[in-house]
Design a protein around this ligand. Structure first.
Ligand SMILES: *[C@@H]1O[C@H](CO)[C@@H](O)[C@H](O)[C@H]1NC(C)=O
Ligand SMILES: *[C@@H]1O[C@H](CO)[C@@H](O)[C@H](O)[C@H]1NC(C)=O
Ligand SMILES: *[C@@H]1O[C@H](CO)[C@@H](O)[C@H](O)[C@H]1NC(C)=O
Ligand SMILES: *[C@@H]1O[C@H](CO)[C@@H](O)[C@H](O)[C@H]1NC(C)=O
Length: 176
């Protein structure tokens, strides 16, 4: 009798707690975005990448994805001065891997200055991206399908869980 009651009191909160934590753990991954630089025009000359970056938010953990003709362009991270002057002589990081498909992980909160070498920077192949810390929870998962509802469910679940755990503890104390 006592055993049965203990079971019914304890099980739901534990399941809810597990669910709530699983949902919270899912969040950071769900909010990372891979930006295809230039969208359908990719990484090419005669595109204004300042316009492309305008209004976008780049967060820690996101990626930039460059798709281009591997025989022509490249992907070089430079400092601000070299970005402005299109100087590719001393890149901070050469992200060029040779396949014309390069990924730049945005894992530092700073402005990334990226240009193409071989003179293409002068034709507009340059992009500056300001990386911010992770957004606050309400903005955390606006893009990915399913994530917003999961997240709010997670939060709504937490309050009952806190009370249920308290109630379960009470019951436990009473029975033992
Ligand atoms: C690109 O767009 C930005 C912002 O609209 C503008 O200030 C800049 O002059 C443009 N650059 C070129 C090369 O047209
Ligand atoms: C960028 O690097 C060049 C060459 O190393 C240097 O002359 C310049 O001062 C640097 N600019 C910034 C903003 O750090
Ligand atoms: C960057 O790396 C690529 C591939 O290894 C290489 O072909 C290219 O010369 C490098 N560019 C610079 C500016 O270091
Ligand atoms: C960011 O990523 C680069 C390339 O993977 C790595 O070299 C660097 O150590 C990372 N920085 C941080 C702060 O994680």
């Amino acid at each position: 009798m006592e055993d049965r009651m203990k079971k019914t009191v304890l099980s739901p909160p534990i399941v809810l707690l597990f669910l709530a934590f699983s949902l919270l753990l899912l969040l950071p991954e769900a909010s990372a975005t891979k930006f295809n630089v230039g969208d359908s025009k990719f990484w090419n000359p005669n595109i204004n990448y300042t316009e492309w970056a305008k209004g976008k938010h780049f967060y820690l953990g996101d990626w930039l994805y460059f798709v281009y003709d591997r025989n022509q362009a490249s992907v070089l991270e430079v400092n601000k001065t070299d970005y402005e002057t299109c100087n590719s002589d001393h890149p901070l990081t050469n992200w060029t891997r040779g396949a014309g498909r390069d990924v730049v992980p945005l894992n530092v909160t700073k402005t990334y200055y990226i240009i193409s070498g071989k003179g293409f920077c002068f034709s507009g192949m340059k992009v500056a991206v300001h990386v911010e810390k992770l957004p606050p929870p309400p903005k955390a998962a606006p893009v990915k399908s399913g994530a917003p509802t999961l997240f709010s469910t997670g939060h709504i679940l937490l309050m009952p869980v806190v009370f249920a755990v308290g109630a379960a503890w009470d019951a436990f104390i009473h029975f033992w």
